[in-house]
Design a protein around this ligand. Structure first.
Ligand SMILES: Cc1cc2nc3c(=O)[nH]c(=O)nc-3n(C[C@H](O)[C@H](O)[C@H](O)COP(=O)(O)OP(=O)(O)OC[C@H]3O[C@@H](n4cnc5c(N)ncnc54)[C@H](O)[C@@H]3O)c2cc1C
Length: 261
C-alpha cells in the first residue's frame, strides 16, 4: 500500500474542502481498502466521513424513508422502522455479502461505487429514490450512468438516500455463492402510479425493465409473465452464468418477487 494522508472530517463542508483531484471518501472502506491494498487504486488524501453525525441514521415519514449515507447495511437490516414501511429493503440489506461486510459497508458507498451487481442501486431504481448530495438532489433514474459510473461530480458527497414507500415490493436475488453479489437481482415495486422492475447483475448497469413493467401494469400477477422472453444480446455473460441464463433468471426472479408481493 502506498503512503497517503488520512483526514477525518467533522462535517460535509470540511470533507468536500479537503477533497482534491486525487482523494477518496472513506465510508465503510469495503471497496476502497482492498483496492488500495491490491495496488488497483492510489490516493494522496483519504477523507474519512464516518464521524460526520449528520450522514448517519434513518428517518421515516408518511411517504418516504430517508437513510443517511454512512448508515451501514446491518443498521438498515435491523431497523424496525424500515421493516414496517419497506420490508423488502431490510431483506436486501440482510442479503449483502457477509457479516463483516454488512457491519462496515454503507449505503452511500454502495451507490457511489455503482457495481453492476450491487443490491442498493436496484432498490434506488425500484423505489424512485432521490439521492441527496451536499450540492443537489438527483433522481435515481438519472444517477446510475453506467458500469461504476454515476452522476456524481468529483468530490460531490452523498448525504442521504430518500426512498418512496410503495404499496407493495419485494427484492429477489440469485446470489453468487462466494461473494453474495447478485448474478441477477430483481426489485419489484408497485406504486400508486405504476410498477417498477429494477434489475441488477444482468447488464453493465442497473436498469428499470420497461417490458416487464408494462406486463405487470396490465396484470400484476406471476402468471402474466408465463410467455415473456427477454432479449439477452446486451446481457452479461461470464463463468458464473451465460447471457441467455441471466435473461431467463430475470423473468424467474421477477415472478418470485411478484409472488412475494
Ligand atoms: C467480500 C465482499 C462482498 C460484498 N458483497 C456485496 C453484495 O452481496 N451486495 C452488494 O451490494 N455489495 C456487496 N459488497 C459491497 C459492499 O457492500 C459495500 O457497499 C461497498 O464495498 C462500498 O461501500 P463502502 O461503504 O465500504 O464504501 P467505501 O469503500 O468506503 O467507498 C467506495 C467508493 O464510494 C465513495 N463514497 C463512499 N461514500 C460516499 C459518499 N457518502 N458520497 C460520495 N462518495 C462516497 C468513495 O469515495 C469510494 O470511491 C461486497 C463487498 C465485499 C468486500
Amino acid at each position: 500500500m502506498k503512503t497517503f494522508n488520512y483526514h477525518s472530517a467533522k462535517d460535509s463542508k470540511e470533507a468536500t474542502k479537503l477533497s482534491s483531484s486525487n482523494s477518496v471518501f472513506l465510508a465503510g472502506g469495503m471497496t476502497t481498502i482492498p483496492s488500495m491494498k491490491l495496488g488497483l487504486a492510489t490516493y494522496k488524501d483519504v477523507i474519512d466521513i464516518k464521524k460526520i453525525k449528520k450522514l448517519s441514521g434513518i428517518k421515516v415519514s408518511n411517504k418516504s424513508v430517508i437513510i443517511g449515507a454512512t448508515t451501514t447495511h446491518v443498521e438498515v437490516a435491523n431497523s424496525k422502522d424500515v421493516k414496517k414501511t419497506i420490508p423488502s429493503l431490510t431483506v436486501l440489506a440482510e442479503g449483502i455479502g457477509d457479516p463483516q461486510v454488512r457491519n462496515r459497508g454503507t449505503i452511500g458507498g454502495s451507490i457511489a461505487n455503482n457495481d453492476p451487481s450491487a443490491d442498493y442501486p436496484a432498490a434506488c431504481i425500484a423505489l424512485n429514490a432521490t439521492i441527496h448530495t451536499n450540492e443537489r438532489k438527483i433522481e435515481a433514474s438519472k444517477f446510475f450512468k453506467g458500469m461504476f459510473e454515476t452522476a456524481l461530480k468529483k468530490n460531490e458527497l452523498i448525504e442521504a438516500v430518500e426512498f418512496k414507500i410503495p404499496e407493495k415490493s419485494s427484492y429477489q436475488k440469485y446470489p453468487n455463492p462466494a461473494s453474495r453479489y447478485a448474478i441477477v437481482g430483481t426489485y419489484v415495486a408497485k406504486h400508486k402510479d405504476g410498477v417498477r422492475v429494477a434489475v441488477t447483475g444482468a447488464k453493465s448497469c442497473v436498469y428499470n425493465d420497461k417490458d416487464l413493467c408494462k406486463v405487470l401494469d396490465t396484470n400484476f400477477s406471476a402468471n402474466s409473465m408465463e410467455t415473456v422472453e427477454l432479449d439477452s444480446s446486451d446481457m452479461n455473460g461470464d463463468i458464473h452464468a451465460s447471457a441467455e441464463y441471466r435473461a431467463n433468471l430475470v423473468v424467474i426472479q421477477t415472478k418470485k418477487a411478484v409472488e412475494a408481493c
